[in-house]
Design a protein around this ligand. Sequence first.
Ligand code: NAG
Ligand code: NAG
Ligand code: NAG
Ligand code: NAG
Ligand code: NAG
Ligand code: NAG
Ligand code: NAG
Ligand code: NAG
Ligand code: NAG
Ligand code: NAG
Ligand code: NAG
Ligand code: NAG
Length: 732
Amino acid sequence: MPSLNLQCSSSSASKLPVPFFGTALVVLLSCASLASSCTEQEKSSLIDFRDGLSQEGNGGLNMSWANSTDCCQWEGVNCGNGGVVTEVLLPSKGLKGRIPPSLSNLTGLLHLNLSCNSLYGSLPAELVFSSSITILDVSFNHLSGPLQEHQSPISGLPLKVLNISSNFFTGQLPSTTLQVMNNLVALNASNNSFTGPLPSSICINAPSLAMLNLCLNDFSGTISPEFGNCSKLTVLKAGRNNLTGGLPHEMFNATSLEHLSFPNNNLQGALDGSSLVKLSNLIFLDLGSNGLEGEMPDSIGQLGRLEELHLDNNLMIGELPSALSNCRSLKYITLRNNSFVGDLSRVNFTQMDLRTADFSLNKFSGRIPESIYACSNLIALRLAYNNFQGQFSPRIANLRSLSFLSVANNSFTDITDALQNLNRCKNLTSLLIGSNFKGETIPQNAAIDGFQNLRVLTIDTCPLVGTIPLWLSKLTKLEILDLSYNHLTGTIPSWINRLELLFFLDISSNRLTGDIPPELMEMPMLQSDKNAAKLDMKFLELPVFWTQSRQYRLLNAFPNVLNLCNNSLTGIIPQGIGQLKVLNVLNFSTNSLSGEIPPQICNLTNLQTLDLSNNQLTGELPSALRNLHFLSWFNVSNNDLEGPVPSGGQFNTFTNSSYIGNSKLCGPMLSVHCGSLEAPSASMKRRHKTLLAVVFGVIFGGLAALSLLACFLIARLVYDDHTENLVPLHRR
Ligand SMILES: *[C@@H]1O[C@H](CO)[C@@H](O)[C@H](O)[C@H]1NC(C)=O
Ligand SMILES: *[C@@H]1O[C@H](CO)[C@@H](O)[C@H](O)[C@H]1NC(C)=O
Ligand SMILES: *[C@@H]1O[C@H](CO)[C@@H](O)[C@H](O)[C@H]1NC(C)=O
Ligand SMILES: *[C@@H]1O[C@H](CO)[C@@H](O)[C@H](O)[C@H]1NC(C)=O
Ligand SMILES: *[C@@H]1O[C@H](CO)[C@@H](O)[C@H](O)[C@H]1NC(C)=O
Ligand SMILES: *[C@@H]1O[C@H](CO)[C@@H](O)[C@H](O)[C@H]1NC(C)=O
Ligand SMILES: *[C@@H]1O[C@H](CO)[C@@H](O)[C@H](O)[C@H]1NC(C)=O
Ligand SMILES: *[C@@H]1O[C@H](CO)[C@@H](O)[C@H](O)[C@H]1NC(C)=O
Ligand SMILES: *[C@@H]1O[C@H](CO)[C@@H](O)[C@H](O)[C@H]1NC(C)=O
Ligand SMILES: *[C@@H]1O[C@H](CO)[C@@H](O)[C@H](O)[C@H]1NC(C)=O
Ligand SMILES: *[C@@H]1O[C@H](CO)[C@@H](O)[C@H](O)[C@H]1NC(C)=O
Ligand SMILES: *[C@@H]1O[C@H](CO)[C@@H](O)[C@H](O)[C@H]1NC(C)=O
C-alpha cells in the first residue's frame, strides 16, 4: 500500500540495515554453529504462517523461509538457547493475509512484532493469551473484530507490552481479557473503534502498568475513580473518544503521571486545584476541546515540571492565576477559545522558556505583557480575538525567533509604530494584524524596512485609508497578502508582479480605482505550477484555521486566488488573463468593468470559482467556458450580457442565480429560452433578487449589502468570528 503512514514509513527505516542484518546473521551463525537448529514442529508453525500469506503480500518469505534450511536463520526469526524460536520480527514487510493461531505453537516465543503490514482478520486468542509472549505488536494492520475474551481461569500471563493500535478492532475491551494480563506494562489500543467504558480496573489487575493509550476510539461513559490505583502509570492518553463527566478526584492519586491527555471528549466540571497539585510529575497536560468550566487553579504554579499545557476550546473563565508565572518549564501553552478575562500581565513570563503561546479567542484585555518580551526563544504567539490595546514595545525586537505572530481583532493602535517595531523581528514569516488600527492611515514611508522573511501578511478589516504602499513591493517572499475590507484608494500598483511568490492576493472591498494593470496578469505564481517548487514547504508554527476543526499547517494548501471584488475598478478585463493558468479563484465582481469577457478566460482550466457579477460587461459568454471542468461557483449576474449561456459539463449544475440581471441572456434555466423573444417581466426579476437575498441572508446571518455577499462568498481570507484567522474559500 503506498499510503503507509508516518509511523510506518519512519519505522521502515529499520529495513535499511538489511544487508547488515544479513551479514550479522552469517557472523552470528558461524559463531553459534554449535547451537542446535529449530525443531520440525517450530518450522511447521512458521511455514503455516508463511503459507497463509497471499502471493503478492508474502514479503519474500516464500523464498527466504525455505523448508530446507534451519528456521533460526530465517529473516526476522531469532532463536535462543537450544534453537528455540524466541523472536519473530517482521514489521513493515508488506505482509498480507491472516495471522494463523499456529504461531502460538512456538512455545518459546517471547517477542512477536508484525506491525505496519496489511494483515487482516482477527487476532487469534491463542496469541493474546500466549503463555510465553511478553511483547506483542500488531499495530498498523487491518485486523478487525472484537478482541477475544478469555474463558479458562488462568492468570498471570507474561505479556508486558501489547500494541494493537491502528487497526479496525471493535467492541469493548473485555475485562475478562485484561484480568489475566497481570504483568502488563504498556497497552496501546489507540486508533481503533473500541466502544463501551474505559478499562478502568486495569491497574488493579496489572499494578505495573506504566503506559495506557486509548485515544482515537469510541469509548464512552465517565472516567472511573479506579484509575487512582494506577500508581506506576506515567502515560495516560484517551483523547478523541466520547467520554463524559468530570475528572474524578481519585484519579489524581496516580501521582506518577507525567503525561495526561484527554482532549476532544465531552468532559465537564472544573479543574480541582487541590487534586491537580498531586500530579507534581506532570510534564504534559492536554484537556483541550472539552466542556471544562471554572477558573484555572492557583496550584497549577506548583507543577514545576510542566512543559505543555493545552486547555484550548473549553468554557473556562476568570483571570489567570499569577501563580502560573512559576511554571518555569513551560514551553507550550494554548488557552485558545475560552472565556478567560483580565490583564494577561498578571502572569510574569520572564522565567519561562516559552516557544509557543496561544491566548486567542478569549476576553483578555490590557497591553501585551512586557514580560513576554523576555522569552527570546518564542517562536509563535497568537493573541488574536481579545481586547488587547495599546502599542507594541520596541522590546519586541528581543523576540529573535518569533516566526508567527497573530494579533488580529484586538484594539491595537498606531499601525506606523507597530510596523516599525515588528519589522525588527527578523524571523517573522507570518504576520496577522487585521481588525485593529481603526480608521488609521497605512504608512507609506520608506522608513518601513525589514520583513524580509514574511510569507503571510494580513492587514484586513481595519479600515485603513491611503494607497497600497510601495514598501510592500520589497517583501519578495510574500505568498499571501490580504488587505481586504479597508478604505484604500488609488490604483493597483504595477509593481505587483515583482512579488514572485505571491499566489493569494485579496484586495477586495476597498476603494481602488483605475484599470486592472497588465502586470497583474504576469504574476509568476499564478502563471505556472512550476513556480510552486520555489515555495518554502516548511510547516507553520501554529496552524491557521479554516473552521474550528479544519486547520492548515502548510501554506500551499491554500488556493491560488485573485480577489479584486467590490472596488471601483474600470476598463476591460485584460486579455492577458489567459496567462494565469493555475488560478483557482478569480473574483472581479462588483466593480465597473466594461467590455466583453475575453475568451482567454476559458484557458484557466484550474478555476473553481469565477465571479464577474455586478459589472457592466457586454457581449456573449464564451462557449468554451464549459472547458472549466473544476468550476463549482460561477456568477455573471447583473451585467449586460447577451446570447445563450454555456451548457454541458459543470454548466449544467448552475442555476439561473448565476445569470440574473442580464435581460438579454437566454438558456434553459432562464426565463428567456433561446429562440424565444419574450423578455422577463420586471416584477419577475425583482422576485428572483429578493429570493436570493433571503436565501443568502439566512445562510450568512443578515449581511445587509447584497453586493458584498459575492466578495464574502468567494475565497478570501475571512476572519471568522468563531474561529479567528485565515479562512479560504467558502465558510462551511
Ligand atoms: C516493532 O517494530 C517497529 C518497527 O521497527 C518498531 O517501531 C516498534 O517499536 C516495534 N515494537 C516494539 C513493541 O518493540
Ligand atoms: C499446532 O499445535 C496444535 C496442537 O498442539 C496442532 O493440532 C497443530 O497441528 C499445530 N499446528 C502446526 C501448524 O504445527
Ligand atoms: C514468491 O512470491 C513471489 C511473489 O511475491 C513470486 O513471484 C514467486 O514466484 C514466489 N516464489 C516461490 C518460490 O513461490
Ligand atoms: C519440510 O521438509 C520435511 C522433510 O524435510 C517434510 O517432512 C515436510 O513435509 C516439509 N514441510 C513442508 C511444509 O513442506
Ligand atoms: C507499539 O506500542 C509500544 C508500546 O507503547 C511501542 O513500544 C511500540 O513502538 C509501538 N509500535 C509502533 C510500531 O509504534
Ligand atoms: C502507540 O502506538 C502508536 C502506533 O500505533 C505509536 O505511534 C505510539 O507512539 C504508541 N503510543 C505510545 C504511548 O507508545
Ligand atoms: C489509524 O489507523 C489507520 C489504519 O491502520 C492508519 O491508516 C492511520 O494512519 C492511523 N492514524 C493515526 C493517527 O495513527
Ligand atoms: C456520545 O455519547 C452520547 C451519550 O453519552 C451520545 O448521545 C452520542 O451519540 C455519542 N457520540 C458519539 C459520536 O458516539
Ligand atoms: C488517594 O490517596 C490518599 C493518600 O494519598 C488516600 O488517603 C486515598 O484513600 C486514596 N484514594 C483512593 C481512591 O485511592
Ligand atoms: C518578573 O519576574 C522577574 C524575575 O523573576 C522580575 O525581575 C520582574 O520584576 C517581574 N516582573 C513583574 C512585572 O513583576
Ligand atoms: C530564524 O529562522 C531560521 C530559519 O528558520 C533559523 O534557522 C534560525 O535559527 C532562526 N533564528 C532564531 C534566532 O531563532
Ligand atoms: C489558450 O492557450 C492556447 C495555448 O496556450 C492558445 O493556443 C489559445 O489561443 C488560448 N486560447 C485562448 C482562447 O486564449
